[in-house]
Design a protein around this ligand. Structure first.
Ligand code: ZN
Length: 81
């Protein structure tokens, strides 16, 4: 039985060729189907929640600040000596 390969280009606009030899009517290279699409609202909410989780608390800021102070002290020490 003759198998015919259909050459197509990915619809996301990346210019990659799709070799569709199973007549699956693929329109995108693997994983390109989500490109250019807006995230579903729920997914967007999850992302913003994750980003908020990255917010540094005041306590952490203080710790970072203290450790930086320690560094600047030692660099001052070396500069003055
Ligand atoms: Zn693509």
């Amino acid at each position: 039985m003759e198998q015919k390969n259909i050459m197509k280009y990915c619809k996301c606009g990346c210019g990659q060729e799709i070799i569709d030899n199973n007549y699956t009517n693929k329109q995108f290279v693997n994983f390109h189907q989500n490109r250019g699409r807006k995230f579903p609202t729920e997914f967007g909410r999850k992302i913003s929640k994750t980003l908020k989780g990255h917010h540094v608390s005041d306590e952490t800021r203080k710790k970072i600040s203290d450790s930086l102070k320690g560094h600047s002290y030692s660099s001052c020490y070396y500069r003055n000596s």
